[in-house]
Design a protein around this ligand. Sequence first.
Ligand code: SAM
Length: 360
Amino acid sequence: MRLWAVKVPRSMAEHVRRRLLIAGLIHPDVKICQNGQFILIPVIKKPDMSLLNDNIDNANNTDNTTIIESDFEPGHHNNRPSLEDELGFSPAYDVIGDIALIDMDDQDAGKIASALILCKKNIKVVLGTAGPVSGEFRTRDLVILAGEHRTHTIHTEFGCRYKLDLSLVYFSHRLGTERKRVADTVKSQQKIVDLFAGVGPFSILIAKSVPGTSVVAVDKNPKAVQFLKENIRLNRLDNVVVVEDDARQAAYKLRHCADHVIMNLPHSSREFLNSGMMVVKNGGLVHFYDITPEDDLYRTSWEIIQDTAISIGRKVECVEKRIVRSYAPHQYNVYIRFRLIDLNMRGKGFEPSYSCEIAP
Ligand code: SAM
């Protein structure tokens, strides 16, 4: 197998190998080999010599480092060391598509990043998360630690494909099972409004897995909407309508439309309860997410839900409540599914409008 290789003096080999590893350039399928006083490091593409010059501290040896073409024995596909062997411990990391995410606060972040590129064939980029998810669009600061210089990828979950850029939109692969549980509550021919849709993992899973459904996917982040539209095409769907808008405005236009409303904005979904309830038909369901303390997992949330329902002339029945995951020390991400029933309040200032603007 003829490949580009970096020919480096033995004394510099480990240093250069690590630099190439961090840049994601080492060819994963063949072995590094020795050639007299030199080491040949096979690479996936011809590296920029400036990268090597910049990164070699010992200027005396820089002159002796060259990029050549060389023949390598193929077939060392599974010869990667295990992460544990390389590091001496099992690191914590998440994988979204071909990107691994590690915590920048980990003092071994640099070492873990290099090891992930070396040991895990499916990982092409390692990103460090510098701080929590924040802001209206629920994004986070990221640092590229190793591998290719990009923050976009395609993630596959329950047969659906999601293109996304982790620096521009929210996405958590940890909610995959949660999304499936919600999708499993939807029946054929039902109408769904996903008020905080992101790149579409609830909307697309439902639209793809439950035949005959029509879904309206709303998000305020223009970048999320761009990926959402792309993901609808990627998954060949014609039953999802995208609305780029604030959930409140969208909800007003979609009032009394839906059999299911998904409210996956746990930090502030209480503020949107009124809008979410407005969208649901009589007898329809709201899938509500919240962040609550361990000593008050559901009580306050449920009181707010009940009060909001009464204020719009409706009542609620709890169908299911559960913990989704631990969020922070003593704090949980919880799920409450409730049914909305219209009270007979006609003539008392509550005149529900049944206009429906879902038009997939
Ligand atoms: N449901 C998606 C998922 O599981 O990946 C995204 C969830 S993320 C926690 C919340 C989403 O709500 C973000 O994509 C954010 O842009 C969007 N968002 C925040 N405020 C909004 C608002 N006022 N109206 C509509 N979308 C909003």
